[in-house]
Design a protein around this ligand. Sequence first.
Ligand code: G4P
Length: 528
Amino acid sequence: MSQAIHEIKRRRTFAIISHPDAGKTTLTEKLLLYGGAVRLAGAVKSRKSKQYAVSDWMELERQRGISVTSSVLQFDYQGHKINILDTPGHQDFSEDTYRTLMAADSAVMLIDAAKGVEEQTKKLFHVCRKRGIPIFTFINKMDRHGKEPLDLLDEIEKVLSIKSYPMNWPIGRGREFKGIYDRATSKIELFTGTGHGATIVPTRVGDLSDPAITGAMNESVYNLLKEDLELLDLAGDNFDLDLIAKGELTPVYFGSALTNFGVGAFLDSFIELAPAPHEKPSTAGIIRPEQEEFSGFIFKIQANMDPAHRDRIAFLRICSGVFHRGMTVKHVPTGKNIRLSQSKQFMAQDATIIEEAYPGDIIGIFDPGIFRIGDTLTEKSNFAYEAIPKFQPEIFARVHLKDAMKRKQFVKGIEELTDEGAIQRFRHPDIGLEAPIIGAVGILQFEVLEYRLKHEYGVDISLEHLPFSLARWATGNNLTPQMLKTGDNLVVKDDDGNLVVLFRNQWSLNWEMDRNKQVTYLEHPPTQ
Ligand code: G4P
C-alpha cells in the first residue's frame, strides 16, 4: 500500500480553463515540452502550416481549427506524474468542459495579458469555484503589449471575486519582457534564449544585488520592478496555502507560452502547491484515495475514437485503490461485473495499454454499451460518487433521416451520441424515434452531430430547427401530453418516458405555470 500512497502523493491532475485564443493549446504543448513528452514544440502545432496540436484528434477539429473533445495527457516532471485534462475551447462545447472539470483536482486559469478576464474564463472559473478546487492563474502573452500587471490583478479580484497572490513578477513588458522575479526567494530568472519557443528556454538566475543580473536590465525596467515590488508588499494579499487549497486565493504567474518564458517557473511552483488527489464525497460517505478498494467515476464517453474500430471509450477518473489490467469491477448502476482488459491511456491519438493506474489517473475503458456519464465503478461496494450536472439544452431541432434504408445506423448513431452527452434526445409521444428531437447547448453541437452521423455512421440528415429555448420536465398527478399541450409549446418525452415540455421562452413558461398550477416544471428529470 505504501507504493500506492507514494503514487497518489506525486500525482497532479488538472484542467486548463480559458477563453478561446488565450493560448491554451500553446501552453499545453509547452508543458509537454518541459515534461519531456514532446521533444520540439512548435513543430506540433501551427494551424496555418497544417500541423496540429497533440491534443486535437478529431477530423472536424482539424477542419475548423477548434478543439471539440477533451483528451488527457500524462507526463512525468521532477518526480511528479502530471495529468492534464484538455478541454474544448469553444463555448458551444462548454458542457463537455464542465464535466471534465469534475475529474480535475485543480485548475489553471489562463489569461491573455492584453484581454484580461474574458467571458468564457468567467463561466469556467465559476464552475471551479463552486467545486472549491484550487485555481492557479497564468497570465500569458507577456511578450506582447498588454494591460499592466497590477491592473490585471485588480481585474481578477473585481470580476471574479477571488483574492490573488502574484508568485512572481514580470521584468519588463512586451518586447522588453526579460525575466521574472520570484517573490518567495527574491531570485531573478533572466531569459537568455532567443525566445522562439521550440526548446526549453535557457535562463540565468541571480538576485537584485547581482550586477550581472541588474546590468542586463535597462534603468526604467529596473525602476519599474522596484516600484511594483514595493507596492505589492504594501498593498497585496498575503500568501496563504489554506486559502489556495480552498480556491479562495489564486497564485498568479506571469509568462509567455509562445516564447516559453516563465513556463518552467510556473510548472516548478505548480507541482509544489497543487493538491494531490484527495478524498471525495460519495453516497457512502467520504472515500479516501488510499483506501484499498478500487473506485472511480466516468466523466466522458467518446464513440468511434478510432474509425477503424467502432468502439466506444469511457473515460474513468480513478478515485481510490489501484487499477490493475484485467481486473473485474462492478458497474454500480446495473450491478454488473465487468473485466477491464483493454484499458488505455491516451496521448491524443496514441493509446497505450496500461498495466496499472492510481487515483488521479484517467483511463479509457472499453464501453460495452452500458456506461453513462457519472456512473461509478467499484470493486464490490455499492456507493456512488456525486452526480455530474447536466446542462439545460437551449436550442432544439427535429432530425430527419434522408435515406430511409439507413434507419438502423441512424438510430444507433443518435443513441451513441446521446450517451456521449453531446446532445439530448427527445421524442414526440406519437412518432417515436423516427424523427427525434435533439436539444443542445450550442449550435456547433448540431454541426458536430451532422458531421459525425455522416462520417462515422454513413447517415445523411437534415435538421429542422425548432423555435424553443427551454426544456422543462413536467410532474403532477396522471399527466397526459394533452393536458400539457398549448398553442405554442411542444410536448415530448425523454428516453425514460418522462414528459418534457419545450417552451419558446421564459415568458411562455411563466404564463403556463400561472395557468396550470397542478403541474410542476423541473429543470432536470424527476429522478436526478
Ligand atoms: P487556444 O488554444 O487558447 O485557443 O489558443 P492557442 O494556443 O491556439 O493560441 C492562440 C494564438 O495566440 C496563437 O496564434 C498562438 O500562437 C498565440 N499565442 C499563444 N501564446 C502566446 C504568447 O505567449 N505570446 C504571443 N505573442 N502569442 C501567443 P495564432 O496566430 O492564432 O495561431 P498560430 O498560427 O500561431 O498557431
